[in-house]
Each structure stands twice: as C-alpha cells, then as structure tokens.
Write a protein that binds this ligand. Structure first.
Ligand SMILES: *Cc1c(COP(=O)(O)O)cnc(C)c1O
Length: 397
C-alpha cells in the first residue's frame, strides 16, 4: 500500500519545491527558446549567453555579468580574478553551504570560518574583525536563505583593511540591502543557477556580477581557457562556461523572477500569519533588508521530531544545514572543533526549512502551519524556542 493511500484524501501533499508546477507556466516559451538554440547549433558562448549576461547585470543594477558553469565556479573564479590564492586567507561564514568554503580552497587559499549573528543567520561582523590577520585578502559574506548580510559594516571593515568583498549571492537573486540589489553590494558577487534556486536552470549554471571592467575581462578569459582571442592563451584558464541552452532557459525565467520573488515574499507573510505565537522562532527581516525567501527557516528544540511529524503527513521539510562546515570530515585539517561556533552549531540542531516556492498555495501553507500547531499542542510539556525574530516579513510584497 502506498503512503498516499494511507493519507486522508483531502490533505494536500506539500513538496519542498515544485519545479514541475513552475515549468507548466512557461512551457511554451521554454520550448521556443531551447529549440532556437538547437536549430542554430549555437551551443558554446552563443548569443543567448551574452544577452542573458546583459539582462542579469541589469537586473542586479550592476555593469557586468559573466556566465559560468556553477555557483561554486563563480565564487572560485571571482577569487582567482582578484589574484587570491596560496598563502592568502579568506573569511566566510561557518553557517553556509559547503561550497562557500570549497571555492576558497579550490582557489588555493585558506578558508577562515566565523560564526553568524543569531537574528539573521548571516555572518557576525564583529567575528570577521577578530579573524582578520595580515594574510586576510577577502571576505565572502553569504546572503543565507535569501536574506542579505550586514553589508555596510562589512564594507567599512573591508575598506579599512583593504579586503575584497565577494558576495555569496547563490541564494539571493533579487535580494535588496538598503535599497540596493545583491550583486552590487561588494566588489563582485557569485550567483548559482542550480535548479532549486530562486532563478534556476535545467542543469548547473552560475554567474559572477561586478562593476569592475578589468575583473570582468579577466573572468571572461578565466572561464574560457585563459583565451583572449582564439588559440591565444594569456594564462592557464579553465573550461567553466555557462551553456547557451541554459542561458536561453534563464532568459525566459528572468522575465518572471520579480513576480516569483514577490510570491515568495507573500508566502513568507502567510507563514508568519499562520505560525505567529505558536512558540517557535520564526524568521524575519533586519531593518533595511529585503529577503527573497529562498528558504523559510524556523527553529525548534524538538526539530527532528517535528520534521518526522511533517514528513509523515505529506509535508517535505528539510534541514539547511545539518552538519556545519567546521566539523565536516572534508575540513578536519583546518583544526576547528565542536564548540567553536555556538550559533552555527545550535542552528544545525534546531533549524527546519518549510516548503517554499512561488507556486505553493495558501491552502498548502495553512496545512503546514496547522500540522506544526498540532505537533506543538501534543507536546506542551517540552520547552521550545519561544521568541519571534525582531520583525516579521514585511507585507509590502
Ligand atoms: C547553491 C550554493 C552554492 C553553490 O552553487 P552551485 O551552483 O551548486 O555550485 C554556493 N553557496 C551557497 C550559499 C549556495 O546555496
């Protein structure tokens, strides 16, 4: 017997994301755009790539965008474009996806991890300051879950110490900080087009955004064998290009991104409305921050039991991230130990990402909230994380 048959039929199933639902709204346009590329056999650095780069740079209110093969590549190549490598240290958040650190390692530099601020889960600026040494060359603030990092104080620190800022905007397509878009808040910014991101390709993809013309030119060569003109190689570059087919898909989707992000913002408002006062810590927005709600992340002391409760009722909840970077086997050699980053570690035990995507319905959100409330009322005896963050999502979506 399938799980579906065990469920009362009127309960909605709630997937974590629903890329099929999104595809059905743009199927015709995707078909046209991809068949055009195939008919023209314009597969590598084709016209759609340069058009998408122009359009994405404009979306970010920045000058240049260079398409690459993933968000991880975007971070690594941005570091390389600034000549950051062996002997250098780059500071980033311990509470992130591992790619933020991997990109630093792959560029040959040493990742220096720091803890995050407990209200936004983005990097703690005072911790950055303490981690700066004469070897520090750059900082990678991560706009985690779609919420911007505290960029003004980070910029002040970076200016004072001569550091390069590379935004990890892989979860933050369209995020604003004090009115300005992610992508123009540092020296360069890396975005991912992994399918589940707010702007996702039908495969891997990424892009670097910058206002620096010289860095943009270097990145164009870095991603394409270090080539300036055909068969003339100025340095040992890579093959890390964004596929024309993916660029064609992304051009179609970019036209909907504002609308999809507004829907996510509205969905965050609904979650807040239906969960407010339930006793769990709900996500909010810091003053001046406009999140694009890549993820809607709550905190609960009984997180694992709550997750099981939701999954058994047809709701896909997920954990971002269950094992912090500093205790991953891949990074044991950095010498960190359990206890080094208390906020990050408590997040790893308590965070739970609820289903979030533009097409999720109000009924589905209400069902998720109701299922959480049922779980909580069964466990009144348990102590729960019981504060609401500074300010709920603003309803201005
Ligand atoms: C997705 C992601 C990346 C890596 O992007 P890929 O395209 O998967 O390589 C890097 N940093 C963060 C914060 C991400 O969420």
């Amino acid at each position: 017997m399938s799980i579906q048959m065990l469920m009362p039929s009127k309960q909605p199933q709630v997937p974590f994301v629903d890329l099929g639902a999104q595809y059905r709204t743009i199927e015709g346009e995707i078909g046209e755009a991809t068949s055009r590329v195939i008919q023209q056999s314009d597969f590598i650095l084709g016209r759609e790539v340069s058009l998408f780069e122009e359009e994405f740079a404009a979306f970010c209110e920045a000058k240049y965008a260079i398409g690459v093969d993933s968000g991880t590549s975007a971070l690594e190549l941005a570091l390389r474009a600034y000549d950051i490598g062996p002997g250098d240290e780059v500071i980033t958040a311990a509470n992130s996806f591992i790619a933020s650190a991997l990109a630093i390692s792959h560029a040959g530099a040493r990742p220096i991890l720091v803890d995050v601020d407990p209200s936004t889960y983005t990097v703690d600026v005072s911790a950055i300051e303490k981690a700066i040494t004469p070897r520090t060359k750059a900082v990678i603030p991560v706009h985690l879950y779609g919420h911007p990092a505290h960029m003004n104080p980070i910029r002040e620190l970076a200016d004072k110490h001569g550091l390069v800022i590379i935004e990890d905007a892989c979860q933050a397509h369209g995020t604003r900080y004090k009115g300005r878009r992610a992508g123009s808040l540092g020296h360069a910014a890396a975005f991912s087009f992994y399918p589940g991101k707010n702007l996702g390709a039908y495969g891997d993809g990424g892009i670097v955004v910058t206002n620096d013309r010289g860095i943009a030119r270097r990145l164009e060569m870095l991603r394409n064998y270090g080539q300036k003109e055909k068969y003339q190689h100025l340095f040992r570059g890579y093959n890390r290009r964004l596929d024309t087919l993916q660029a064609a898909v992304l051009r179609v989707k970019l036209r909907y991104l504002e609308k999809w992000n507004a829907a996510r913002r509205w969905n965050a408002v609904l979650y807040h409305k239906f969960l407010d006062g339930c006793g769990l810590l709900l996500p909010g927005e810091a003053p001046g921050a406009e999140s694009v709600w890549h993820l809607y992340v709550i905190r609960a002391e009984q997180r694992d039991a709550l997750k099981e409760h939701l999954i058994s009722r047809g709701i896909s909840a997920s954990i971002h991230y269950p094992i912090p970077i500093h205790v991953q086997p891949a990074y044991l050699d950095l010498g960190y130990k359990k206890g080094d980053f208390p906020v990050t570690e408590s997040c790893a035990h308590q965070v739970l990402s609820l289903p979030m995507y533009a097409e999720i319905s109000q009924d589905q959100i209400e069902y998720v909230a109701k299922t959480i409330r049922n779980f909580l009322s069964d466990r009144k005896d348990n102590r729960l994380v019981s504060k609401t963050l500074a300010k709920g999502p603003s309803a201005s979506a």
